[in-house]
Design a protein around this ligand. Structure first.
Ligand code: COA
Length: 162
């Protein structure tokens, strides 16, 4: 009997970058279904509203047949359970990510032992990327075309010229 495995890829996505999309592409090639899910309540103060971030995420994953966009408020493992997901995807870009990711994965395992965190490495060209660094380049009108989709680049441009 073949298994139907759903994986979730959580994050703040403020905004989604090509590094995130690289991980989504890898996950979509491994798992049957991938839910890219935005965590509404994190300690971060996002630049983009929830709706703006979801719009950019939808646009970015449109080409994948087995990828969906969602958002959640509360515990990640509760969201995973209610969507019958048994895998949490996290990207590991550099060794500096490891400690934080390891702590989260262990806590999630403690909370929900049936859910497994799977770490995927993005292409090396994205290892230095995060949403904050992209926003800071955009803020000073640097070229961000190599880091984000056309829609995200346009939205960042709008934010910083408004
Ligand atoms: N390419 C580019 N950037 C990447 C990346 C990749 N492949 N992978 C991660 N990043 C960046 C993100 O852009 C983000 O950058 P920023 O800090 O500049 O915004 C940073 O690395 C990591 O953020 P992200 O992946 O969005 O995770 P997060 O740390 O913001 O969110 C959650 C972590 C949402 C998964 C976590 O807070 C959570 O699960 N919250 C729900 C509550 C809960 O269950 N808590 C208990 C968990 S133990």
């Amino acid at each position: 009997m073949s298994k139907n495995i759903t994986a979730i890829y959580p994050g703040t996505f403020d905004p989604i970058t090509l590094g995130h999309i690289d991980i989504i592409n890898r996950a979509a090639n491994i798992f049957d279904n991938v839910i890219v899910t935005l965590a509404v309540n994190t300690a971060k103060k996002p630049l983009f509203t929830l709706d703006e971030r979801l719009e950019m995420m939808h646009d970015a994953v449109d080409r994948f047949e087995n990828v969906w966009v969602a958002h959640f408020d509360g515990l990640l493992v509760d969201f995973a359970r209610s969507n019958n997901a048994c895998v949490i995807i996290r990207g590991l870009r550099a060794i500096s990510d490891f400690e934080y990711e390891f702590q989260m994965a262990l806590m999630n395992k403690k909370l929900a032992g049936e859910i497994t965190t799977v770490f995927l490495m993005p292409n090396e060209k994205y290892t230095y990327l995060n949403s904050t660094i992209v926003k800071s380049v955009a803020k000073f009108h640097g070229n961000i075309d190599a880091f984000v989709t056309k829609l995200v680049a346009a939205k960042l441009h709008q934010k910083f010229t408004a």
